[in-house]
Design a protein around this ligand. Structure first.
Ligand code: ADP
Ligand code: GN1
Ligand code: MG
Length: 364
């Protein structure tokens, strides 16, 4: 089923939530995974079709989200924060369900639109990146006492880089979309880093890197900023909240926000790691984590940045080889462009590893 077909029962969905009330709706945002719509009637909502080829149990995912959002709201209440906007608010259907399954089997959920907020697709003001870091750090902090055993693993092995690596190898062998000959440089780049791919899993196995409840998708556009104060209001996109490594939450933000180019920029001379943004983010994240990061986690922050960039690059390459079935693409070779971009960033980060280490040493 195409995405258009999967979304074809949207009228039925709106009836389940709003009965006969007339609603306007239009596609919204720049997410690569779910189908997001802005719905407007007496107020605004975010309606999403959950991607059930990626999230195999949307019902269990919604249980995670309800647990996590309640937990975050209780933390905001305790510190006298903006409770209403502190986390996503799931809106039930008229019959009281926390999600809706339409007649062709698509899974939907509705959130209140978090008003007076904006999303940023790139760092326009360096201070936004600092406050974003603090927000992702304190998000992790807020969930430090969340019972991890209650969390359903929405995507198995999500940030298990050696597992991602083996998927790439399988995609190379199968060459399902017949594109292998186009990507020999990228394949060579990836295969040369097989040992590196295991660094964090190895540190974890040796007891050096703890599992924590983490966000796992810490892109800048997964934070809502107040449109007046420009301060972060809410961390969104909670689909992948699962046990993970703090350094990956750090790393994924660096990958996306400290790149001097956007994720799919094709002029690779524009791609590089902005060390000033790296330093600002590190400062904010360490502060947001409230002194909880261990010495080993602090030392591995720069590796987390390279790892998330490398992993994302191999995921884009794998998807390209498999015929673009995972990430939403907007043009031919989009996944290949993204892969090249991420690998260029990895190469620059490898050169700048000594400087990244110096920065962390200074901040510890
Ligand atoms: P995806 O998993 O596809 O990335 P997201 O949940 O991140 O989907 O949503 C996509 C975009 O929709 C976000 O980047 C943000 O701009 C917007 N968005 C999502 N939830 C809300 C909300 N509650 N209020 C306002 N905007 C939202
Ligand atoms: C996806 O959903 P979105 O667009 O925030 C992906 C991330 C990738 C990112 C690359 C569930 O994030 O893992 O890092 O694209 N999310 C999922 O931009 O796979
Ligand atoms: Mg998102």
């Amino acid at each position: 089923m195409t995405r258009e077909e999967a979304c074809s029962k949207i009228g039925e969905v709106l009836s389940a939530y709003f009965g006969d009330m007339h609603s306007e709706y239009s596609p919204y945002g720049n997410g690569h995974i779910n189908d997001t719509f802005l719905v407007v009637n007496t107020r605004r909502y975010i309606l999403q079709r959950m991607n059930d080829s990626i999230f195999l149990r949307p019902d269990k995912m919604m249980e995670n989200i309800i647990g996590v959002t309640e937990h975050i709201r209780s933390k905001a209440r305790a510190r006298g924060g903006d409770v209403e906007r502190a986390s996503l608010v799931v809106v039930p259907t008229q019959s009281g369900e926390m999600f809706f399954r339409d007649s062709i089997g698509s899974w939907w959920r509705l959130y209140e639109f978090t008003e007076r907020t904006v999303t940023k697709e790139s760092v326009e003001d360096a201070n936004d990146f600092y406050t974003c870091a603090e927000a992702f750090g304190s998000f992790q902090q807020d969930l430090a006492d969340y019972p991890a055993e209650k969390l359903y693993e929405t995507i198995k092995n999500f940030h298990n880089t050696p597992w991602r690596f083996s998927n790439l190898k399988k995609a190379i062998e199968e060459n399902r979309a017949g594109r292998l000959s186009e990507v020999s440089d990228e394949v060579e780049f990836a295969l040369a880093r097989e040992n590196f791919a295991a660094t964090l899993e190895k540190a974890h196995a040796e007891g050096k890197l703890p599992l924590r409840v983490t966000h796992n998708d810490t892109k800048l556009n997964n934070i809502l900023f107040d449109e007046v104060t420009a301060l972060p209001v809410c961390v969104i996109d909670l689909d992948t909240v699962m046990p993970g490594y703090s350094v990956n939450d750090f790393g994924d933000s660096i990958r996306f926000g400290a790149n001097t180019a956007v994720e799919d920029e094709t002029d690779l001379s524009k791609v590089s790691l902005d060390l000033n943004l790296f330093e600002l983010y590190a400062k904010g994240f360490i502060k947001g984590c409230g002194g909880r990061l261990t010495e080993a986690e602090l030392d591995l922050l720069p590796i987390g940045a390279i790892m998330m960039t490398f992993e994302c690059g191999i995921r884009f390459l794998t998807d390209y080889l498999e015929g673009d079935t995972y990430f939403r693409t907007h043009r031919p070779k989009h996944n290949l462009d993204r892969c090249r971009n991420q690998f260029a960033l990895v190469a620059d980060m490898e050169n700048k590893l000594p400087q990244m280490n110096e920065i962390i040493k200074k901040l510890k």
